[in-house]
Design a protein around this ligand. Structure first.
Ligand SMILES: [Zn+2]
Length: 421
């Protein structure tokens, strides 16, 4: 195993720290879509890219794109696009964010190219390091604006979304002179795109439990979000006998526990009731209505579908036994995203060689890789973060863990190059 260049590692750590200070709010890290803070970040990357021998561009959706045209690439002819391997993650943040969620993946991508060049590697494909402009959805409450545009799947309906100041997404996209309709008409995945790698913090506790710095993602979990609406009958809290009530909240409470019980009994299932609303919501009135949200996830589509179907039957019986009406409204049904076996195999082999183990993890959270999987094979490497804490200023990654992530990523690209068709 070749050692990493200490200067490249030092630059990676310094850049993570520096981007952690580039914010649109004083005293805390917040960087949203099309913000001045994002433009300042891009300007820093432009300097770093030039020093590293990469071209730098920002696309109409504000995605940062750093291209390394390897001398090992030979196009068959002028009309054949060079094959392109993308290493990316996002540069936007939530409000009052940590400094690793997203930017660590982009900066490690840049460091990876620097390391490949320092090793004298010349892979038979170009490498593009991409910093997506919006993954968190802070400004328009819709995630993946950046990667959706990059993949050429940005839906026109999003142009009507409004931010807190009342500006539409279409107006924001048009603000650099090209009308949004033209920006969208021109969107398409890059020519030659043949693979995507994303390094990201784990945002969970498994790597800490495994005592490993990095792990390889097997799939991004399928996710269903629903609203359950219970309809009962209001009544006086003092005069209505207990056996004559139709209390919507009591039925909802039983459902909350049934959801938990099913998730605990089903391997791989995660189910959460995160919100509940009661009407009329008075201390001396029997609840006539209750509405709760259900977020339910599993690495496999079929297992998630079966769990949801079973819960529909079970919750209907629980409500029925109390004389309560129950209606399910599905808000979102996202399919599982399996990672590519070939790319993941390179990450696993590299992790095994560098740390003696290659834990396999399911990602319960969504990532840009899920969107990019619509246009090319994808794989993800997770890096351990302290207490699994993210979306918080105390988010932390040990420098040694970030270094191992860089080493595994660089080794995996070398392995991919060696096996490239
Ligand atoms: Zn993220």
């Amino acid at each position: 195993m070749r050692p990493l260049d200490p200067a490249i590692v030092a630059r990676l750590h310094a850049r993570v720290a520096e981007l952690g200070t580039i914010s649109e709010e004083p005293g805390r890290l917040t960087r949203s879509f099309f913000s001045a803070a994002m433009t300042r970040v891009h300007a820093r990357f432009a300097e770093w890219a030039e020093a590293a021998g990469l071209s730098c561009a920002v696309d109409p959706a504000d995605n940062l794109r750093l291209r390394w045209t390897s001398s090992g690439v030979t196009a068959a002819n002028e009309n054949t696009p060079r094959p392109l391997l993308v290493i990316g993650s996002h540069l936007d943040t939530v409000r009052d964010a940590g400094r690793y969620d997203g930017p660590l993946g982009v900066l490690t991508g840049l460091a990876c190219v620097e390391q490949l060049r320092a090793w004298g590697e010349a892979p038979p494909f170009d490498v593009e390091v991409v910093g997506f402009s919006d993954e968190e959805g802070l400004r328009f409450q819709t995630a993946y604006l950046g990667s959706a545009y990059y993949a050429g799947v940005f839906p026109e309906a999003w142009l009507a979304l409004r931010d807190a100041a009342g500006a539409t997404l279409g107006e924001v996209l048009s603000s650099r002179g090209t009308p949004a309709a033209e920006v969208l008409a021109a969107q398409r995945a890059p020519a030659g795109l043949c693979g995507y790698l994303e390094l990201h913090i784990e945002q969970g506790p498994q790597l800490e439990a495994d005592a490993c710095a990095v792990g390889v993602v097997s799939a991004i979990a399928a996710q269903t979000r629903a609203r359950l609406v219970f309809t009962g009958k209001a009544g006086h809290a003092g005069t209505t006998p207990m056996d004559l009530r139709q209390d919507a909240l009591c039925a909802a409470a039983e459902v909350v526990l049934a959801v938990e019980a099913r998730a605990r009994a089903t391997p791989g299932l995660r189910a959460t009731v995160g919100q509940i609303a009661v009407s009329p919501g008075a201390s001396n009135v029997i609840p006539a209505g209750a509405t709760l949200t259900l977020d339910i996830r599993h690495p496999e589509d079929a297992a998630l579908g079966a769990a949801v179907a079973a819960l529909e039957v079970e919750t209907a019986a629980l409500a029925d036994a109390r004389g309560i009406g129950l209606r399910w409204e599905f808000l979102q049904k996202g399919r599982a995203v399996p990672m590519d076996a070939g790319l993941s195999g390179h990450l696993r082999a590299a992790a095994l060689a560098r740390q003696g183990a290659a834990p396999v993890l399911v990602s319960g959270a969504g990532h840009d890789a899920a969107v990019i999987s619509r246009v090319c094979p994808v794989a993800m490497l997770f890096v351990r973060n302290r207490d699994g804490l993210s979306h918080h200023p105390d988010e932390y990654v040990e420098p040694a863990d970030a270094e191992l992530g860089l080493a595994v990523l660089a080794d995996a690209v070398v392995r991919h190059a060696a096996a490239f068709p």
